[in-house]
Write a protein that binds this ligand. Sequence first.
Ligand SMILES: O=C(O)c1ccccc1N[C@@H]1O[C@H](COP(=O)(O)O)[C@@H](O)[C@H]1O
Length: 222
Amino acid sequence: MTRVKICGLTTEADLETVVDAGVDAVGIICGVSVDTPREVSIEQARQLVTATPPFVTTVLVTMPSDPDHARELVDAVGPDVLQIHGGLEPDDLDHLRSSINAQLLYAVDADDATNAAAYDDVVDALLVDTPGEDGGGGTGKTHDWERTRQAATDLESPLILAGGLTPDNVADAVRTVEPFAVDAASGVEADDGSKDPTAVQSFVDRATTAHRTVEPDSSHLP
Ligand SMILES: O=C(O)c1ccccc1N[C@@H]1O[C@H](COP(=O)(O)O)[C@@H](O)[C@H]1O
């Protein structure tokens, strides 16, 4: 079954919303070089990680200036997984992975998914996203899922599909790409930026049942 991560929690109310909906992982954004309403302070990130119940994976999403910066954030926040967006080289990630007490996930640009192979051996999972020009995520933009599916066939690492996923398109995305997991930030938010309970529940339900959903057969209709 496809796993679900919901990203960009900023409050304990968001945490409760997504945990109640049955997510597998929660994303907390801290230390990014782009302007985003989803970024929290190190202290808030640590509190959200601490408040997360057992059996829910905590993911620290960051854009470190260098591997030392990433290590400091992991030590301060204590997540289960570190998700890196931005320009670290495979060698940097290889060293980083062996020196942190967390698994490592690297976000690759869907426009450059062939580049993912260079990172395949040095991370625990690859996330394919539709980043902005500044390299950050949370753009709410989808990409060519067929191309991502093709790129994924050559990869050993579990693939996490991100970029513009919503309750309306996630089932189609799962059936097209067949990812290990899906990840959404902006597509499940209310107007005030909080995680919308109805949208989050619908996203989880549709992502996890996508392969069971049979499209209505209209071939017999005139
Ligand atoms: O969400 C952000 O603001 C963000 C900022 C900087 C790096 C990553 C960010 N979010 C990640 O972007 C993708 C997809 O977001 P969306 O669903 O298109 O809004 C997701 O992996 C988030 O973890």
